[in-house]
Design a binder for this molecule. Structure first.
Ligand SMILES: *Cc1c(COP(=O)(O)O)cnc(C)c1O
Length: 436
């Protein structure tokens, strides 16, 4: 592949682009879960218009585009207030993964500075925590110590206590976790961290802009944010339930001193005095402007309304699924993210059938399950989705594990005892993505 010798017209190029997009998941039909968070075309249009206005601007240098700096400060302030600590020191990042990477790097550097006796830093990581933490562990050489979950699928706080040796510098909890949508026992995990004088991060990437509204709408939730003593940092994505353009998350610290650990300064570069608060160099203005615009467009009332639709839709789906023979929701997920397992059917075979109907669903393991992250896009399709689940499940009950299709592969890879072999398979898969 080379750059074409001669360019094509704008119309030709855009037509070719649309043709490429033809095979993409159709998220507007209510059959795609996760990946796209849609709260109505009015919100989308605000996000797009704002992003286009600042399409070319770059937040790399805070002096050049003071508008971006102001918008960023205000967005971080709004999220901090929502998470019960208006004075939290924060940064707008490119996504949940960057928020988590930055946090782990900072926690490591904080330990290096304050606890030099720790030579091999470790972090307590519930097995359900997002893989971005494992990525951070590998990038920054902080060993993950995996905390099991209890029968309710939440991190086992007693087990965490047992595993909290002197080299642990950080305790992580999720609000909620992605795989099952349940909220870890944040108060217990944070208390443990506080007792030991170490850091505690609450990963509210998916829940940060939903749980506060769920709480206001009457969903009973234990405190999950900076109200909990011992919580030292939080991550909350704007590009999920904040309904903003992709490329926007926040990392918040209880104190400015802690946030300083994430900064990089270099006074000796010929290119000038260099300082950078987060991971990227060039930072697109679009996602910053879109976040600022959507938050101001929706206001608390708009967010509450979207959250209400989201929660009601998720509850309707869960209640309907509970009445489908052969399917069961895992645990007691309080908001919009949940997993469904097969009781007497191969849930991977169910997933294959749903794929055949145009669904795009994540297949999970431990136990085999399919994953739902509900948004208002699903609201008009609840009956259709339940009907499809019922029809697909009906033909599969009592049939045992599928022997063909993706289901057979997932079944095999999920249970293979040699996980290094599965890692090898995943490496080959990634490597093969750019082969025709
Ligand atoms: C989505 C998510 C992340 C990672 O966020 P990205 O924006 O995809 O990088 C981390 N933690 C949880 C709980 C998430 O749901």
């Amino acid at each position: 592949m080379e750059i074409p010798k001669q360019g094509r017209s704008r119309d030709e190029v855009l037509a070719a682009l649309d043709e490429l997009r033809g095979a993409d998941a159709d998220w507007r039909s209510g059959r795609t879960f996760s990946l796209v968070y849609w709260a109505g075309d009015d919100v989308l249009e605000v996000a797009k218009a704002a992003a286009l206005r600042c399409f070319s601007e770059n937040a790399l240098n805070p002096m050049a585009f003071p508008s971006l700096r102001k918008m960023e400060t205000q967005v971080v302030g709004m999220v901090a207030s929502l998470l019960s600590h208006p004075d939290a020191a924060g940064t707008l990042t490119s996504g949940g993964t960057e928020s988590i990477l930055l946090m782990v790097k900072s926690a490591r550097d904080h330990a290096r500075a304050t606890r030099p006796e720790v030579t091999r830093p470790r972090m307590l990581l519930p097995v359900t925590a997002h893989p971005a933490f494992v990525k951070a562990a590998k990038y920054f050489d902080v060993e993950p110590v995996f905390v099991p979950v209890g029968p309710d699928l939440r991190a086992d706080a007693a087990a965490a206590r047992e595993l909290c040796t002197g080299e642990v510098i950080l305790v992580v909890g999720s609000a909620p976790c992605w795989p099952y949508g349940v909220i870890d026992p944040i108060a217990e995990l944070a208390a443990l961290a506080q007792e030991r004088g170490i850091l505690c991060h609450v990963d509210a990437c998916v829940g940060g802009l939903l749980l506060p509204f769920a709480e206001r709408l009457g969903t009973p939730l234990a405190p999950f944010d900076f109200r909990v003593p011992g919580v030292t940092s939080m991550s909350a994505d704007l590009h999920k339930y904040g309904w903003t353009a992709k490329g926007a998350s926040t990392l918040l610290w209880r104190t400015r001193e802690l946030r300083q650990r994430q900064f990089l300064v270099h006074a000796d570069w010929p290119g000038g005095l260099f300082g950078s608060p987060s991971m990227p160099g060039t930072r697109p203005g679009g996602p910053i402007a879109a976040a600022w615009a959507v938050m101001n467009y929706l206001g608390m009332e708009g967010y509450l309304e979207r959250a209400r639709t989201t929660l009601e839709t998720a509850a309707a789906l869960r209640e309907g699924i509970a009445r489908v023979d052969g399917l069961r929701v895992l645990g007691a997920p309080p908001v919009s993210v949940f997993a469904v397992e097969g009781v007497d059917l191969d849930v991977y075979a169910l997933a294959d059938r749903l794929t055949g109907l145009g669904y795009f669903l994540d297949r999970q393991q431990r136990p085999p399950s399919i994953h739902f992250a509900v948004t208002p896009a699903h609201a008009p399709h609840v009956e259709q989705i339940l009907g499809d689940l019922r029809d697909c499940a009906a033909g599969l009950r009592g049939k045992g594990p599928a022997e063909e299709g993706q289901a057979a592969m997932y079944g095999m890879l999920g249970t293979l005892p040699d996980r290094t072999a599965v890692d090898g398979f995943l490496l080959e898969f990634l490597d093969g993505l750019d082969r025709t």
